[in-house]
Design a protein around this ligand. Structure first.
Ligand SMILES: NC(=O)c1ccc[n+]([C@@H]2O[C@H](COP(=O)([O-])OP(=O)(O)OC[C@H]3O[C@@H](n4cnc5c(N)ncnc54)[C@H](OP(=O)(O)O)[C@@H]3O)[C@@H](O)[C@H]2O)c1
Length: 381
């Protein structure tokens, strides 16, 4: 790196550090991840104390139970399961697609760049020559592109020897955008990709999940950062991100947290609606929180700062590789049938509780209503 480039980088990093959003990220996100590990620690300790009932009785602090689920596959002798992984060209999505290909799934890998998709297919084939993959170029921040994907996916299933259904949908694609951008439909791009895209895709692929001969699963990849949101609005203007776009300084950290909170609320409401429709014993919805993972997610943050963040989290033994981070996603995807509404965190099938706000059923219903607004509905029907 030349001296001028270095000075420019440092200058950019200096301005970035001086922003409210950076302070929010540095402080609230660190507290959020610490709180998630604290929950895991407390639950593990109480499990150990099960053999010491006297302590448990005297100390209700340790009464939280650690719930963990074993992994199980969807195989039957004459049936090949299919899964869809969005954002599979990098980081956690790539690791998840590879892992599921090893489990014997036919993996539909979804990404926005044709070149990255071809490279991803090559990479996974190098690691696992038996992998059965199909690449789809989709921009998940565009409803039009998602609708086109539904059509091509259906056609591909019809043309193949596979059953006309899918068994797992993993909504993993996500971005951390540090400057405002608007999608073709007028949404904030970060909310459009992280939440509205997942919402629309899930709604459009529900019939394929429903027609699976074995139970099917939806996994929404969320983040510990949702804990930083303590007050939330779910009206149409906020959910579309239009309200944020009017701010003087683009509140990127807050929007990222908000989009991840919306994913949790959406998952809970979807689970409730499936129960009402009598489909909750066939389609299961779970959440996966990978923790802090070294991926390309921070690509818009000055390189020196993302390097520093990774350095600190590595020292704290909280930084994970994409392969380890993907454990919670695979745990959620391969959880035993019947597991629904669980928040997977920390690998080994372990689950913890997301924030209280994210479990607010009234808020979840209101969010569903706002997201199913007329403009989106007309695109999805
Ligand atoms: N890394 C972490 O510490 C962490 C922690 C908690 C949660 N998460 C969540 O984990 C998920 C995966 O992130 P990652 O860390 O693996 O980041 P990443 O390496 O940047 O991967 C993100 C993936 O999403 C794809 N993507 C982005 N926008 C898209 C769009 N409009 N249409 C289609 N695909 C799009 C990217 O494609 P391109 O390669 O073309 O950009 C890439 O394949 C995200 O939802 C993130 O919020 C990450």
């Amino acid at each position: 790196m030349g001296l001028i480039t270095l000075v420019k980088e440092l200058w950019k990093a200096f301005f970035f550090v001086c922003s409210v959003q950076f302070c929010r990220m540095a402080l609230l996100w660190s507290l959020s991840i610490l709180f998630s590990y604290y929950q895991l620690f407390k639950a593990s300790l109480s499990q150990w104390l099960v053999f010491k009932p006297v302590i448990l009785e005297r100390c209700p602090f340790f009464s939280q139970k650690l719930v963990s689920y074993p992994r199980c596959s969807a195989f039957t002798s004459n049936f090949t399961p299919v899964c869809v992984v969005t954002g599979a060209t990098s980081g956690l999505g790539l690791a998840t697609a590879y892992e599921l290909s090893k489990e014997g799934y036919v993996v539909a890998i979804v990404g926005r760049s044709q070149q990255l998709l071809s490279e991803t297919v090559r990479k996974i084939k190098d690691w696992n020559e038996d992998a059965h993959l199909k690449a789809f170029q989709v921009d998940l921040s565009s409803i039009e592109s998602i609708v086109e994907f539904k059509i091509s996916l259906r056609q591909w299933l019809l043309d193949s020897h596979l059953h006309y259904s899918i068994q797992i949908l993993i909504n993993n694609a996500g971005i951390l955008a540090t400057s405002p951008r608007v999608t073709a439909e007028g949404y904030d791009q970060m909310i459009g990709t992280n939440f509205i895209g997942a919402f629309a895709l899930t709604k459009l692929l529900l019939p394929l999940l429903e027609s699976s001969p074995v139970s099917s699963k939806i996994v929404n990849v969320t983040s510990f950062t949702h804990r930083a949101v303590i007050d939330v609005q779910v009206d149409e203007g906020t959910v579309s991100g239009k309200r944020f776009l009017r701010s003087v300084e683009y509140p990127y950290a807050h929007i990222y947290e908000y989009s991840k909170l919306c994913l949790i609320l959406f998952s809970n409401e979807l689970h409730r609606q499936l129960c009402l429709m009598g489909k909750s014993n066939h389609i299961f919805v779970n959440l996966a929180d990978p923790g802090v993972v070294q991926t390309n997610l921070m690509r818009e943050v000055p390189a020196i700062l993302s390097w520093l963040a990774f350095f600190v989290f590595k020292r704290l033994r909280m930084l994970q590789s994409p392969e380890c981070g993907a454990d919670s996603i695979i745990d959620a995807a391969l959880a035993p049938p019947g597991t629904s509404g669980a928040y997977f965190f920390g690998g080994k099938g372990r689950t913890i509780n997301p924030s209280g706000l994210s479990r607010n059923a009234k808020l979840a219903r209101e969010l569903w209503e706002s997201t199913s607004s007329d403009s989106l509905k007309s695109n999805l029907n």
